[in-house]
Design a protein around this ligand. Structure first.
Ligand code: ZN
Length: 437
């Protein structure tokens, strides 16, 4: 099997026609096997045979995250006994959503990750160290495990956290590549420095980074990845995926956005009204899975805001590339005429040294517009120059939020880290709180 699919090197018109063929197969499959989509086609009087081009897809109403939750079992398009693996993804109405996978779906996942790792410079014989969870009903760790093996590589599954065990494994197994959340790399470096480990001369040559942006919108390194590169000059490759998509967008060595795999997914960007976003505009990533058997999704709105890039890539691929995720649609803030997303506010705070912890709160003010307050916990308030901090906000966001200093312990209590997987950093008190639909 080739791990550099030839379709990715074809011209955009050929890629589009290829996707339309796959799309028609998918629509036919859904109209026969998916109780949810059969009902949708009936209710909306849609004849799937008449949907022939990618443009025609806009005739079908998108699937929202809440639909998955309300009608979870109706999305299952195979008999229950064909389901090999059960995963969950977080819902927006409280309960998680079950995501079903058949044997063929797991094979598709393996293929997806194998071509993704190959795109990021992986080759047979490499050894990967998995620094993320493989269980707890998550898709990602399992997908990496399957994909690494499919590519003809070795993998050592250490799991998340535990820098001591990570370094012990690196010294024993001598992996080439780590798969991890990028901020964890700083912890791994920190531990190595404390213990006198010569990390710069270790076997690690690159990291596949998930869950956090390592680049700005212009593809320059973010503050986080600059911090990593300053200490440890390994290759950093950004990867973006979600359980519902069951598909990965990953950077090649050019580092100019995550490459689209046209054989696995159709990707659209929608504006706030649900119409196709303009060519250079950001919008909500909306996907149609291709080749998924158990739980295929048609025009699923992911909630993630991003931009697409179409110019040919230096690696020779001619597929679209997705830029760093700008934020979640339901967390969009309109502040003093500027559209903001919490991650851009976090980014400034994460890189202000004296800030120990923080929460960003958004409220509706008397005029009915959004108001942003940043509550900062720091040991010594004198260490932070408020004017300088506001200037950093203006440089990055064009506007500066209200800043309030509080004891570190008070912020810690607000964040409730003991109840959540991650501490709460964003609190939405708006009247018309925008829920994920
Ligand atoms: Zn490329």
């Amino acid at each position: 099997m080739s791990f550099c699919p030839s379709i990715e090197y074809e011209n955009p018109e050929t890629i589009k026609r290829f996707q339309e063929d796959r799309m028609r197969d998918t629509l036919k499959y859904l109209s026969i096997h998916s109780p949810y989509y059969k009902r949708l086609f009936q209710q909306e009087k849609i004849d799937p045979n008449k949907i022939k081009t990618l443009e025609d897809l806009t005739l079908i109403p998108p699937t929202q995250k809440k639909d998955l939750q309300l009608y979870n079992d109706d999305f299952l398009a195979v008999k229950r006994e064909k389901v090999s693996d059960y995963m969950t993804t977080s819902g927006t109405l409280g309960n998680p959503v079950t995501v079903f996978n058949t044997e063929n779906d797991l094979e598709r996942l393996a293929y997806n990750e194998a071509i993704s790792f190959a795109c990021a410079g992986g080759k047979p014989g490499d050894v990967y160290q998995l620094m993320t969870t493989i269980d707890k009903r998550f898709m990602a760790g399992l997908a990496y495990f399957l994909g690494v093996r499919k590519l003809g590589c070795g993998i050592v599954r250490v799991g998340n956290g535990n820098p001591e065990l990570q370094w012990d494994t690196i010294s024993r197994v001598k992996p080439d590549t780590i798969i991890c959340v990028p901020s964890f790399i700083l912890k791994v470096i920190n531990y190595a420095e404390k213990k006198g480990i010569d990390y710069r001369n270790s076997s690690i040559k690159k990291a596949v980074c998930i869950g956090e942006n390592i680049r700005e919108q212009d593809f320059s390194y973010s503050l986080l990845s600059k911090k990593i590169k300053d200490k440890w000059d390994i290759g950093l490759y950004s990867t973006y995926a979600s359980t519902e998509m069951a598909t990965t967008f990953i950077e090649c060595e050019q580092g100019h956005g995550g490459h689209h795999h046209p054989e696995l997914i159709i990707a659209e960007l929608l504006d706030e009204k649900g119409n196709p976003a303009g060519k250079d505009e950001e919008g909500e990533l909306t996907i149609t899975t291709l080749g998924v058997e158990a739980m295929p999704l048609l025009r699923f709105r992911t909630g993630d805001i991003a931009r697409f890039h179409y110019e040919p890539c230096g690696c020779g691929r001619k597929t679209m590339r997705i830029g760093p995720i700008v934020g979640r649609r339901n967390q969009m803030i309109k502040f003093k005429g500027t559209t903001l997303y919490p991650p851009s506010i976090f980014d400034v705070l994460d890189h202000t040294d004296a800030v120990e912890n923080y929460v960003v709160e958004v409220d509706t003010n008397d005029c009915g517009t959004d108001e942003v307050t940043v509550k900062i916990g720091c040991r010594n308030q004198d260490c932070i120059d408020v004017k300088e901090l506001k200037d950093s906000f203006r440089a990055k966001l064009r506007v500066a939020p209200e800043i309030l200093f509080l004891p570190v312990e008070v912020i810690h209590d607000i964040q409730k880290p003991e109840l959540n997987r991650k501490p709460i950093k964003f609190i939405d008190n708006r009247n018309n709180k925008k829920n994920d639909r």
